[in-house]
Write a protein that binds this ligand. Structure first.
Ligand SMILES: Cc1cc2nc3c(=O)[nH]c(=O)nc-3n(C[C@H](O)[C@H](O)[C@H](O)COP(=O)(O)O)c2cc1C
Length: 326
């Protein structure tokens, strides 16, 4: 059997570390979200429909199983299980970065296994750092993206932005210049969603991505998996002391996830802070977009006052003083 490639090894290490170590950000900002109870719903439970249209596909619920794995043996089993679940409940799914299979085509089945299940919306996945030439490596372009999409019969392409992880990673790719132009080139050929992998996407970056043609953004902010933590453990194993310390330093770095979750590209120009749920990401869904706007206008007023702004930006201990927004 052929030797595992470096990428293949890294994919296995990521899963093993996540299974064995605590890689969570220190604070889960979802705990700050409180929905106000509606004692008078004025809607019949059976009439509630949480299905949404996203990237032209109907989903049973506004949920995406975010890109995670593939590219090593156990990745096939994990992707099969995720795809089975996604098909059963009718939600979207992304596979992990397909770089491993582009480098070593034998690994394609670890991703392509998702084709065995009836997942309503499937995302291919490539990393933004790999779209520009890195030391000793060529840049991926349209032909590579097409291979990734065809490999799994994807409906759309996710491009992940993980520069923090790359910087902490012992063997990480360090060049970021030219990524936006590369994303623009791919977005002109494929429906593209941009995502972060745990450190969040700020408003100005969202606007740049929108201008480059991204159809949606998964903000992927701080509050769950910390890839600085994951790479910290890998660096420790490799006795890469500086990187190990870097991982610890940036463990809790990033824009917190809620309220920066997801928002429709049509609203990127106004207040990207105030959107909840993948349903709001779809500009096609006017009722949810309306609810979203109503929510935003209710929440934007208190945040304008300096006192409330301080509350929203303050340490977790003051969370109970926040005004409820729902
Ligand atoms: C084991 C593992 C591998 C991942 N690999 C990828 C990847 O290849 N591509 C990608 O876009 N995101 C990848 N992610 C990031 C997730 O999709 C997600 O953005 C990130 O974990 C933050 O979400 P969470 O806090 O809910 O875990 C990976 C996550 C995990 C846990």
């Amino acid at each position: 059997m052929a030797e595992p490639s470096k990428t293949e090894q890294r994919k296995a290490e990521h899963v093993n570390i996540i299974l064995q170590e605590n890689v969570s950000a220190e604070y889960n900002y979802w705990n700050d979200v409180r929905l106000v109870h509606t004692a008078l719903p004025e809607i019949d439970l059976d009439d509630i429909d949480v299905s949404v249209k996203f990237f032209g596909k109907r989903l049973g619920a506004p949920l995406i199983i975010s890109s995670m794995t593939g590219g090593f043996g156990m990745g096939k089993e994990i992707n099969a299980n995720l795809a089975k679940g996604a098909a059963e409940v009718g939600v979207a799914m992304g596979v992990g970065s397909q770089r491993a299979a582009l480098e070593k085509p034998d690994l394609a089945p670890t991703y392509a296994v998702v084709k065995d299940y009836d997942v309503p919306l499937v995302f291919a996945n490539l990393g933004a750092p790999q779209l520009v030439p890195q030391a000793g490596k060529r840049a991926y372009g349209v032909a590579d993206a097409k291979k990734a999409v065809d490999m799994i019969d994807a409906d759309a392409l996710i491009i992940h932005l993980n520069f923090l992880q790359e910087v902490v990673q012992p063997e990480g790719d360090r060049r970021a210049k030219g990524c936006l132009a590369a994303i623009k080139a791919l977005a002109s050929r494929f429906p593209v969603m941009a995502k972060e992998t745990g450190a969040g996407i700020s408003r100005d970056v969202a606007q740049k991505l929108k201008a480059a043609g991204a159809k949606a953004i998964d903000v992927g902010g701080l509050g769950g998996t910390s890839f600085s933590a994951v790479e910290h453990y890998r660096a420790r194993k490799e006795a890469a002391t500086l990187k190990e310390r870097l991982g610890a330093t940036f463990w809790n770095w990033g824009s917190r996830r809620p309220p920066r979750f997801c928002w429709p590209m049509s609203d990127c120009h106004s207040s990207p802070r105030a959107a909840y749920g993948a349903a709001s990401m779809s500009p096609e869904e006017s009722p949810s977009a309306q609810r979203w706007r109503a929510w935003r206008s209710r929440c934007s007023k208190p945040r304008r006052s300096p006192r409330t702004r301080w509350r929203w930006n303050s340490a977790p201990s003051s969370r109970n003083s926040r005004p409820p927004c729902s």
